[in-house]
Design a protein around this ligand. Structure first.
Ligand code: SAM
Length: 266
């Protein structure tokens, strides 16, 4: 995957061609060797926001949201309220990027009638991607395969949205950073911590420290954690909502790993 990402990065920059791979491999051998050794696969799947939206709307209690995303990559899903959404039960929001998919079990239309306000959006990632730079955008595009044209187009539109007003991205390990981040609150707002496809990379002590930080902070002042977990039969992600204090996970949906389909309420 790293090698293909490196080749795609070169093709996107006009430095190589898929039609002459042998030439590219030879000419850029040094670059590709270093890329494969050093460059982690970096993706940010904005289609996951299509599965997340009903969960966020279900949290609405009239207060604005104070969003904190763990492992946001480029933070495109931190901008979920700036996209338009289509489900078979209705639509939500507006914007030049419209997200839709196969909602085999659609969210209730009542949820889609709710509106929300976002007071703050922060994300903390080991290697955040800054898509306001040409290189950041190219890096993210490089790890979406070139025949996935709809995915690439979605990404491009989300990048344009992010460039107008990017979210705050903090470089760091969220396990270590979480206690301090959770103490920093926007007064009068509801703190919503969320993550997709990230905590699955934590080892057991890391996962336990993360939960301890949520319990500790939620014991002082309530917060909500929206998270992807293991789905039945490992077919897609379970989407879970946990309210702290307490912290018992409630499964609200199951969705495809990349957000292609959604079973709301399963
Ligand atoms: C597969 S990507 C998912 C990105 C994004 N959440 C999405 O759904 O598109 C996982 C992200 O989690 C970040 N990550 C993994 N472990 C982390 C940690 N302990 N602290 C901060 N970021 C972490 C990685 O750097 C990467 O950007």
């Amino acid at each position: 995957m790293r090698l293909l990402g490196g080749l795609h990065y070169l093709v996107l920059g006009g430095e190589a061609s898929w039609d002459q791979l042998d030439v590219a491999l030879e000419r850029h051998a040094q670059f590709l060797r270093r890329w494969c050794a050093e460059q982690e696969v970096q993706t940010n799947e904005v289609q996951r926001a299509w599965a997340l939206l009903p969960a966020f709307l279900s949290l609405d209690d009239g207060r604005p949201f104070d969003l904190l995303e763990l492992g946001p990559s480029a933070g495109l899903n931190l901008l979920w309220d700036r996209y338009a959404y289509r489900y078979s039960s209705g639509t939500w929001g507006s914007g030049e990027l419209e997200l839709s998919g196969d909602d085999r079990m659609p969210p209730p239309s009542e949820l889609l009638s709710r509106s929300v306000e976002v007071a703050r959006r922060r994300g903390v990632d080991l290697s955040p991607i800054d898509v306001t730079t040409a290189d950041g955008a190219r890096m993210l595009q490089a790890f979406v395969w070139p025949d996935q044209t709809a995915r690439l187009e979605r990404l491009q539109r989300a990048i344009e949205v992010a460039r107008r007003d990017p979210p705050e991205l903090i470089r760091g390990d969220y396990v270590a950073a979480l206690p301090a981040l959770l103490r920093d609150r926007v007064e009068g707002a509801q703190l919503v911590v969320f993550q997709t496809a990230s905590t699955m990379y934590l080892d057991r002590p890391g996962a336990e420290r993360l939960r301890a930080a949520l319990h500790e902070a939620g014991g002082h002042e309530p917060l909500v954690f929206v998270t992807t977990g293991r789905a039945p039969d490992d077919d897609g992600f379970a989407l879970e909502v946990e309210r702290f204090p307490g912290g018992r996970p409630e499964r609200v949906a199951v969705f495809d790993f990349h957000g292609a389909w959604l079973d709301w309420g399963r």
